[in-house]
Design a protein around this ligand. Structure first.
Ligand code: HEC
Length: 160
């Protein structure tokens, strides 16, 4: 290593040292300035915090709460228990029985001859409990047995 190289290395090291010292000073200044800042509030965050700690609206007395629970737990009868086969058929059964979806017998006599041979009681039973792909009560467990029965009767009346 000649003398020029040695000089260069010395200067270079000094510059690097200087830069390191400068960096440390900058870090210290930044640290100090950060401590001086007045903490500002974030309005969005404040809003979210308020929303979180806000008491739930609608605070019920225990009597009201009991009444509400009673209503919530009482199983609601489908179509308010109405024995209206057209309403029930259109809302529940038509999806399959009008289109013949999933092999459901449509309202045509020829599709029912074998089933009719079972007798009405058997048809009520399978409509109520489900048969093959058809779920019990067409998937509406809130239908009463009576509602299913009048709907089956109505369907059988429609056969041409
Ligand atoms: C998800 C489709 C679907 C819905 C909804 C549905 N059914 Fe069915 N239903 C079927 C299918 C499929 C069959 C034929 C099942 C078999 O024979 O394997 C069937 C068969 C029947 C039968 C003949 C049963 C037998 O013993 O042969 C009756 C009666 C019947 N459904 C009544 C109803 C009534 C009433 C409703 C509405 C409350 C209803 N279905 C809703 C698909 C449906």
């Amino acid at each position: 290593m000649n003398q020029e190289d040695g000089l260069f290395m010395k200067r270079f090291s000094l510059i690097v040292l200087g830069l390191v010292a400068f960096t440390i000073v900058m870090i210290l200044i930044a640290h100090y300035m950060h401590g001086q800042l007045i903490p500002t509030s974030n309005p969005v965050r404040d809003q979210m915090k308020l929303a979180r700690i806000e008491p739930p609206t609608g605070v019920y007395t225990s009597a009201e709460a009991a009444a509400r629970n009673a209503v919530a737990q009482k199983p609601q009868a489908a179509f308010a228990g109405a024995l209206d086969p057209v309403q029930i058929y259109n809302n529940v059964c038509a999806a399959c029985h009008t289109s013949g979806a999933a092999g459901a017998p449509m309202l045509q006599t020829q599709q029912w001859t074998e089933r009719l041979a079972k007798g009405n009681e058997a048809l009520y039973a399978s409509a109520t409990n489900g048969i093959g792909i058809m779920p019990a009560k067409g998937g509406r467990s809130d239908l009463s047995d009576e509602q299913v029965k009048v709907t089956v009767d109505w369907m059988l009346d429609q056969l041409d």
